[in-house]
Ligand binder design. Structure first.
Ligand code: TXA
Ligand code: MG
Length: 326
């Protein structure tokens, strides 16, 4: 059931469920998360089971403030502390050495732990009322598109799951992840915080992720964030030609085509559903998962996406699109 996250009674009910080892979906400023008590192996196992996620893919533990980091991390390098000071609460996850004996199941058995302090007021209210860290991956089935509204979560898991509604997620794509276990910061997943912002805040250059042995991270699998429809990335230059070819077909692709592009198409194509792609990277990130889900729900056979511009500000969106199309 969907409950208003701004209602203190709903928060109290969610705290009770979490305390009883049950799952609750919560809004964050990035995407909705599927939360459980990070200290309960049974509750965390419930997340893996519901998502259909392999148990060795680590979850992020969400904390109410930087003060809780010491509960989970064995040590915090100076550059990581600078990132915490600069970006928390906010859409940044840090991978840190895990305190032995703490949240091992949530960490997928790794000796590191992903920590994030979300800024969303409903997430903050829930975490402060609960008092312990919340293990929470994105609230979608494994490999599928992340949810950016409460209704998306309900579409994924049905009405039995309690979803705290905090409105549409402001950022719309998952947090930037920086690995802080290797002496220098390594970007594991691009998000709305750019490499330049990270380097400026920690006073240190990002090390090359490719040169390092990558740990297990489902968000870094080549195919991820995938809708049911086939996603095709097309450059702005090649899009008109593809649309013309489609218009020339007497029997266009069964099920129709969804198009997310900045430029409105000029074709009289029946069965083409167009959604406008913002030319602003933050606005496009905010639209991304909702558009993919909407076009998927309309039953189109293919989703054509105009490739987004080059440049670091678009890295997060470009990364999600590449994985959705893989
Ligand atoms: O914005 C977000 O980060 C959202 C919201 C709900 O906070 N959460 C999210 O969780 O995207 P999830 O589980 O869908 O993605 C977390 C990513 C995964 O790719 C996971 O493998 C990686 O973080 N991760 C977590 N702990 C890790 C660790 N100890 N080492 C390496 N990667 C880790
Ligand atoms: Mg995910």
């Amino acid at each position: 059931m969907i409950l208003p996250g701004s209602d203190p009674a709903a928060i109290a009910q969610a705290v009770q469920k979490l305390g009883a080892g049950e799952l609750v979906a919560l809004p964050t400023e990035t995407v909705y998360g599927l939360a459980a008590d990070a200290h309960s192996d049974a509750a965390v196992a419930g997340i893996f089971a519901l998502k259909g996620r392999p148990a060795d893919h680590p979850l992020i533990v969400h904390v109410a403030s930087g003060a809780q980091v010491a509960d989970y991390a064995a040590e915090v390098p100076a550059f990581a502390q600078r990132l915490i000071d600069a970006f928390w609460p906010g859409p940044l996850t840090l991978i840190l050495p895990r305190r032995p004996g703490v949240a091992k199941t949530a960490a997928g058995g790794q000796d590191s732990i992903g920590l994030r302090c979300p800024s969303h007021p409903v997430a903050q209210a829930l975490m402060r009322a609960f008092g312990r860290g919340l293990a929470a991956p994105s609230a979608n089935r494994f490999g599928r598109v992340s949810p950016s509204t409460a209704a998306h979560v309900q579409d994924e898991f049905g009405d039995a799951l309690m979803v705290l509604d905090g409105g549409p997620c402001e950022v719309g794509i998952e947090s930037t992840i920086v690995d802080c276990t290797r002496g220098a910061p390594v970007l594991l997943r691009p998000g709305c915080i750019t490499p330049a912002q990270i380097e400026a805040a920690c006073g240190q250059a990002l090390a090359d992720a490719l040169a390092q042995a990558a740990p297990r991270a489902s968000g870094t699998l080549e195919s991820h964030y995938a809708p049911r429809a086939q996603v095709r990335l097309l450059s702005a230059a090649e899009l008109p030609q593809h649309l013309r070819e489609l218009a020339d077909q007497t029997h266009p692709a069964g099920g129709g085509i969804g198009l997310w592009s900045a430029q409105e198409p000029h074709t009289g194509l029946a069965g083409l559903i167009w959604r406008e792609q913002s030319r602003d990277p933050a606005a496009a990130a905010h639209q991304l998962f909702a558009v993919l889900r909407e076009l998927d729900a309309l039953g189109v056979a293919e989703i054509w996406v105009e490739q987004v511009p080059c440049g670091a500000a678009w890295d997060g969106v470009r990364d999600r699109l590449q994985r959705a199309a893989a």
